[in-house]
Design a binder for this molecule. Structure first.
Ligand SMILES: C[S@@+](CC[C@H](N)C(=O)[O-])C[C@H]1O[C@@H](n2cnc3c(N)ncnc32)[C@H](O)[C@@H]1O
Length: 297
């Protein structure tokens, strides 16, 4: 299958590409083997409820893409996009999918039905969760990230030694105590469900080597791509909304400034997400000699 898809944006070094569109349609239009996929799909939690944000009570409304999920619709949707993603993974590739109780059980079912082997379920325990304003439940302070490999039989890559080293010489567990997103990560605008760079940097280092190809079918503000490029990996992001694509482009252009780039790396090193910056591999432009082959310049 040979298709030409015109990218919304491609970085000068060709390590970061964004395509605008519905991932269900785009994923059917090309063939490519990625080393890793991260997906932060709609959780379908914009149901008119209320929540607490930056000291204010706000309605839970992330956007139309996050509304209207009956259990049947959510299940069919998850099965469809996860099935399409499976075809885009190398045989030894792995997928990470984040969620809350609203969607994560459906995601786990789809993964199992489609033949993936679930490796871990990471609990992201937020160190600074917002309070529960209804006072009728425990404070919601966790999100889950399922890590699964494509094949039951083909071995996956796990950077065990690095994770242990970053955890002070002890095996890293599947509970990650990390803060919610910081203000410094919103310098190019706000995405309602933007993930922290620290989470993405950790899981990218866990499951890929420098130079790896990473796909995010629900790219949002392209946190996955920014973390990937900071760590010398290559990125393709698919996203429907123009506003989020333009924010992603601004984020990518921001890290062309070496002072900003180094500042982000220093912050990640200080949080012990990455090794001290003089020890990590930072890709040079010459390391990326080709872009995604089926995309027009
Ligand atoms: C939960 S957010 C991802 C946030 C992202 N992880 C970040 O850090 O910014 C989901 C994103 O998927 C996009 N989206 C929803 N349905 C989509 C679809 N079918 N194809 C492509 N993008 C979609 C939404 O516009 C939204 O930006």
């Amino acid at each position: 299958m040979k298709t030409h898809i015109t990218p919304y944006y491609k970085s000068r070094d060709r390590a970061f590409t964004l395509v605008q569109g519905d991932c269900l349609e785009l994923l059917e239009q090309f063939k490519f083997g990625f080393d890793m996929i991260f997906a932060d799909p709609p959780y379908f939690l914009s149901n008119g409820g209320i929540s607490y944000q930056a000291g204010k009570i706000v309605s839970v409304d992330k956007g139309d893409w996050d509304k209207g999920g009956t259990p049947e619709r959510v299940a069919a949707f998850n099965r469809r996009w996860i099935g399409l993603c499976r075809e885009k993974l190398k045989d030894n590739g792995t997928i990470w999918i984040s969620g809350t109780h609203h969607n994560i059980f459906s995601v786990a079912n789809s993964l199992t039905e489609l033949g993936f082997k679930i490796l871990n379920v990471i609990t992201w325990a937020k160190t600074n969760p917002p309070p529960n304003i209804s006072c009728r439940y425990f404070t919601y302070s966790t999100e889950f990230i399922i890590w699964a490999r494509k094949s039951q039989k083909v071995a996956h890559y796990y950077n065990y030694d690095l994770m242990k080293q970053l955890n002070g010489g002890k095996q890293m567990t599947d509970v990650w105590q990390l803060p919610a997103i910081g203000r410094w990560e919103k310098s190019c605008g706000k995405h309602p469900t933007q993930k922290p760079l620290g989470i993405l940097a950790r899981l990218i280092q866990t499951s890929t080597k420098p130079g790896a190809w990473i796909l995010d079918p629900f790219s949002g503000s392209a946190t996955t791509g920014i973390a990937a490029n900071l760590l010398g990996r290559r990125y393709l992001g698919l996203e429907i909304e123009e506003d989020f694509l333009s924010m992603s482009k601004a984020r990518r252009e921001e890290i062309e400034n070496s002072a900003i780039r180094n500042n982000y790396l220093e912050r990640l090193a200080k949080a012990k997400i990455i090794l001290p910056t003089d020890n990590i591999f930072v890709a040079e432009e010459s390391d990326f000699t080709y872009g995604v082959p089926w995309l027009q310049d």
